[in-house]
Design a protein around this ligand. Sequence first.
Ligand code: PLP
Length: 409
Amino acid sequence: MNDARANAMHFPVADNVAAMEGSATLAAAQVAMDLRERGFDVIDLSVGEPDFNTPEFVKELAWEGIRKDVTKYTPIAGLKMFREAIASYFGEQFSTDFPPTEVAACCGGKQGLFNAACTILNPNDEVLIPKPYWVTFPQIVTFCRAKNVFIDTEETDFVLTADQVSRSITDKTKLLIINSPNNPTGRVIPADEMRRIVEVCAERNVYLLTDECYLYFAYPPSTPFTSASLPAELRKYVCVGGSFSKTYAMTGWRIGFTIANPEWTAAMVKLQSHSATHPTSFVQYACAKALEDVAKTVDSVRTMTAEYERRRDWLIPALNEIDGFNCAMPEGAFYAFVDVRKLLGDEFKASADVAEFLLRDAYTVVTDGAGFGADGFIRISYATSMENLHKAVDRIKSTLSLSKRGRSV
Ligand code: PLP
């Protein structure tokens, strides 16, 4: 085929999409899957997905929804019962008082984030994103042709402060995107600091998108905090992104929600009316009914959280015993964010080399921090069994100690 013909067949991907990068976390998971298919005994610590099954009572409620023929279109913003259940559950758990009309259902937390960003950003608006960040945030901003402005948070041990936000705001800043409890660091912004951050933004007319998909995974003494509990005059600047994926081990069900002021909500509903329309009707039904049963929901979330905490308590000290690893105790989510900069030298030039080495020599998949804007770190997910964690730590320890490659320590 001649060059002219080959070029003529080159698919003209839209600029907005061409400018985006694929997901680094999904790429790591794909490598693990490929190796496993080829028969290797791979331990995958790259997953951002609970290893629990969806609670039985939620599954039963989905069947109930189907049997009741909740199988047709619902309103774009979601079933009335879904919106009411979110408002009432939040009221019960966090003393919030937003009305159900400020809730909109969407297909997973990710779609909520997309809806929120696309309905507020114009080209060249500046968007503040604390670093390290969840991989998707800058990509959504890029898609909107807005400008990513990163806030380095290493000086405050990866916990964003109001002062850092205040110093980063310019007259072009439109939005701040925050995720707490955080993926990848596991850090949690304390409630009083979070409030100050919102106040600083509100004073300067900057909006906030707070991704709360790990809301319930905050380990004592940290406590879950939702920006939906702020007073109305602050809340009007905030869109809360919520998800059932992690909290209720429902990643495949694709259901989430946003909580935002009526105008922001209306814009998101308008956008969604021309894309996904709404999340699956009987899934909305199951989630609404599950939330109505507060005791069962609280109990199943508590059981999962306690298990993550048990794993964390074992894993972090074990990781810190590995020569060249340094890991602060995460306060939430289910990730250990390990500083491997002491391992960097002649052979390990970057954390990507460490991740590759662990994959090739220890058959253990971890995620390179560079994808989160933190070269020199690797992310280890503990959303996997204790047995796997023990095995992985043993493998990493022995493989690294056999190899003296790249040590500057
Ligand atoms: N936000 C963060 C920080 C995440 O880690 C994830 C998933 O990994 C999501 C949002 C999206 O979750 P979902 O779309 O499954 O609700």
